[in-house]
Design a protein around this ligand. Sequence first.
Ligand code: ATP
Length: 296
Amino acid sequence: ISQFLQPLTVLLRFIEQYQQGMAGFRRFVELMDTEPEIADKKGAIELKNVKGDIEFDNVTFSYDNKREVLSGINLKIKHGETVAIVGPSGAGKTTLLSLIPRFYEIDAGSIKIDGIDIRDVKLSSLRENIGIVQQDVFLFSGTIKENIAYGKLDASDEEIINAAKAANAHDFIMELKDGYDTYIGERGVKLSGGQKQRISIARMFLKNPPILILDEATSSLDNKSESIIQQSIENLSKNRTTLIIAHRLGTIRNAKRIIVLTENGIEEEGTHEELMKRKGVYYNLYNYQQENWTIE
Ligand code: ATP
């Protein structure tokens, strides 16, 4: 029996995480390989009434026990704060943020939420408190309503509509033939990239987590879509701790706090203006993108 139960437990846990909208973010994780080592410790507690303070204290991490992708990272984020993470490709931005839901175990240091080490809390309760909006939006074949309700399986119609409104998705949904009952996916209506993103933002309004991790899309949308999504994300990040991986620096010019991660660790920090004045890594990245990415 145990031989049979083991994979079943793994599968159930997988489905549970899937429902929490995590699966896409873990696209690079070999689930079967990494899952066994990350488990609740004995006496793990529930994370309750989360405010959303996050602290990285001297965090070191390596995927292969050889090359350290992150080393000695110190970072404090206050609840409700929005922080943009930028840096060259491969610097470890995605890795840094995937440590918060504990997709990987760190090698040294600690990560705390509201002062509690994330290794001391139940994985399920940790992940319930973290929402992830990833680049490749995961929508399944089904109605728009079902796809939004994915953020909260017992949501009422009213909650679903309110979430869609907050995500600036309600208007385009109402223009579709069957409104919220419109079938999307392989045999249904095709949505644009921006519309899909708004569905995934609506999901997050329903899930309503105190901590939000956003992996901004690398490819740009047209200007109008872009600004609608920017605005939905701004709405969503209100009253939550929000971490955004920004690939296009133009979209975060108004961020109050930008963290520049390079292979040397956190190299610079400040507002767009402060970082431009420094004429360091951010300044160079920004100018490079201005020259190379403008006609995308
Ligand atoms: P990008 O802007 O291109 O998304 P990034 O700053 O998010 O890059 P990461 O994706 O965190 O960088 O990658 C940091 C380093 O870790 C890279 O050298 C990458 O090759 C390596 N890496 C990422 N994921 C894994 C993995 N699952 N297993 C092994 N190495 C990995």
